[in-house]
Design a protein around this ligand. Structure first.
Ligand code: GLC
Ligand code: CA
Length: 567
């Protein structure tokens, strides 16, 4: 059984019902919750199924709030939970102001927000501004309207090229494979205009030069802030604005016609003003895959976003020199703009890190999911433990993707007919896609559905769970001090209690090349050994936590230790 851990950090804020640091010494910005939070990503579809239809839902999440509170997380980020035809697992939104019926109702969301707040857990909702669903009322209206109409101006409709307009308006490719344009066909079979979709055809791109689009999204933000959302995760945040000339990419246009354009910042300035009108502690968090550190930092100017995901850290190989350079660069970039760094190892778009770290090439790229290569799960798990402790010791906020805390690995053998990711379909299977990191969580029992669905549920989980996960259920790991779950609980307990952790700075200590050794606030020291040999520990008063047993006082390879050291 898990026990509910009291959130003793702060007092209750009357506005959102969530604890807020009321210390008066530091400026408000330095005290904000999102600078230090541990944020748990809930992929609702795969979290817990309350009614046995094989699909996770909001009542399922509510029932597990005691588990999440005991884990010690500060906030939950929900992947899109809105009504959706699920052409891209909910990233094709048909209505931004309601809840997908398979997940529950708006009343379920309200209850979930209130119950999470009562436990001191904040809620982050996922907003997708780049595109909506082709079933969204706006797109349906646009299809029914004339070329040049206001209804069409909310999207990117263009005539085709060539004499009969049968060629797409430009050479852009969908990020999911295939062309980025689809042609409309009238009910009598007459071909019409083409529309742009950087992702699947069921995800038409919105045109942000339309005032309707801008006003609509600011209103959607208010809708969720009014319901108590504490933060917004902004999907594909850097892709949202387009060069209206839509130039061919083969003409090498500069600036890029849709990536990280200067005019995207106006949108987030307006959103920041909306967030600020709620008292200043509502966070805007961008999904930004931007390699250029200077360009990345521009999103955190004081009137824009609060933070973003750190993908270079996620993509880094399990290699001390690479990690150190990513960490240093991350801290330097964020320090300049006074934004908190964030650290993320996995999410719903990438191969789970137990598998990544168990391969011969431990780095990751969205364009190369290395399925089918040998994976040493034992080694990957050992490194995942060390990586979690490294992550939680770094300055700033940290993300946990559901199942990280159980040590789940990437499921690479999902039968083709059960796969759902449009990436798999649109690349003809050459890219395995993301289903392997989205398999429903194992909670209890010795066989699937592992308590994900209730006993005797009529439907199987929407993706099959590996029988070998019987040792990775919450029930199996609970109370086993060697389990990943107990390591996460212990690490997050220390992270919440020790003021040295979370927001702040670090000081590197001299170390061997394959070792990451740093101090936080003088007395907290983290040592991660990525070398192939045991290393001696520095002088210390206490060992607070270790990812692997110490070997006669030495730190073994692929292990991290947290130490209390003398002043
Ligand atoms: C983001 C999401 C991903 C989704 C895509 C299109 O990258 O994380 O899951 O498929 O945007 O919305
Ligand atoms: Ca369900």
């Amino acid at each position: 059984m898990t026990t509910v851990q009291e959130n003793t950090l702060n007092d209750t804020d009357t506005d959102t019902g969530v604890d807020t640091d009321t210390g008066d010494a530091a400026p408000a910005r330095a005290r904000a919750w999102w600078r230090s939070a541990t944020i748990y990503q809930v992929y609702t579809r795969s979290f817990a199924d309350s009614n046995g239809d094989g699909i996770g839902d909001l009542p399922g999440v509510r029932a597990k709030l005691p588990y999440l509170a005991a884990l010690g997380v500060d906030a939950l980020w929900f992947n899109p939970w809105y009504p959706s035809p699920m052409a891209d697992a909910g990233y094709d939104i048909a209505d931004y102001r309601d809840i997908e019926p398979a997940f529950g109702t708006l009343a379920d969301a309200d209850a979930l927000i209130a119950q999470a707040h009562a436990r001191g857990i904040r809620i982050i909702v996922d907003i997708v501004p780049n595109h909506c669903s082709d079933r969204h009322r706006w797109f349906l209206q646009a299809v029914d309207s004339e070329p040049g109409s206001r209804e069409r101006s909310r999207f990117w409709f263009r005539p085709g090229r060539g004499e009969d307009g049968s060629q797409p308006p430009n050479d852009w490719r969908s990020i999911f494979g295939g062309p980025a344009w689809t042609r409309l066909t009238a009910s009598d079979g007459t071909p019409g205009e083409w529309y742009l979709h950087l992702f699947a055809p069921e995800q038409p791109d919105l045109n942000w030069s339309s005032p309707d689009v801008r006003a609509e999204f600011e209103d959607v933000l208010r809708f969720w802030f009014d319901r108590g959302a504490d933060g917004i995760r902004i999907d594909s945040a850097a892709l949202v604005t387009k060069d209206p000339d839509l130039p061919d990419l083969s003409s090498n246009p500069d600036p890029h016609p849709y990536e990280d354009r200067d005019d995207v910042h106006e949108i987030y300035r307006a959103w920041r003003a909306v967030a600020e009108s709620y008292g200043g502690d509502r966070a805007l968090i961008g999904e930004l895959w931007i390699p250029d550190a200077e360009r990345f930092a521009r999103y955190f100017r004081p009137d824009e976003l609060h933070s973003a995901f750190n993908f270079p850290y996620l993509c880094s190989a399990w290699d001390a020199a690479q990690l150190r350079s990513v960490i240093e660069q991350t801290l330097a970039v964020h320090a300049r703009v006074d934004a908190p760094a964030t650290w993320v190892l996995s999410n719903h778009d990438v191969d789970r890190h137990v598998s990544r770290y168990g391969r011969s090439d431990t780095s990751f790229g969205l364009d190369r999911r290395e399925h089918g290569r040998p994976v040493d799960v034992g080694l990957g798990t050992r490194r995942a433990r060390a990586a979690a402790m490294l992550t939680f010791a770094l300055p700033g906020a940290a993300y946990v993707y559901q199942g990280d805390e159980l040590g789940l690995w990437e499921v690479e053998n999902i039968p083709a007919d059960l796969r759902q990711d449009p990436i798999w379909r649109r690349t003809g299977g050459s890219d395995p896609g993301r289903d392997g990191c989205r398999v429903p969580l194992p909670w209890s029992g010795a066989a699937p559905p592992f308590g994900f669905s209730p006993d005797g549920a009529p439907a199987d989980p929407w993706l099959p769970q590996p029988p070998a996960w019987s040792g990775l259920t919450v029930e199996a790991e609970d109370g086993d001090l060697r389990s990943m779950l107990e390591l996460y609980r212990a690490a997050l307990r220390i992270r919440r209690q020790d003021p040295a952790l979370g927001d702040g700075t670090l000081t590197w200590m001299p170390s061997g090349e394959s070792v990451l050794d740093f101090l936080r606030d003088g007395r907290f020291r983290c040592v991660a050994n990525l070398s192939p040999t045991d290393i001696a520990l520095p002088p210390h008063e206490d060992v607070l936590l270790q990812s692997t047993d110490l070997a006669e006082g030495l730190l073994p390879p692929d292990a991290t230790v947290w130490l209390r050291v003398a002043d």
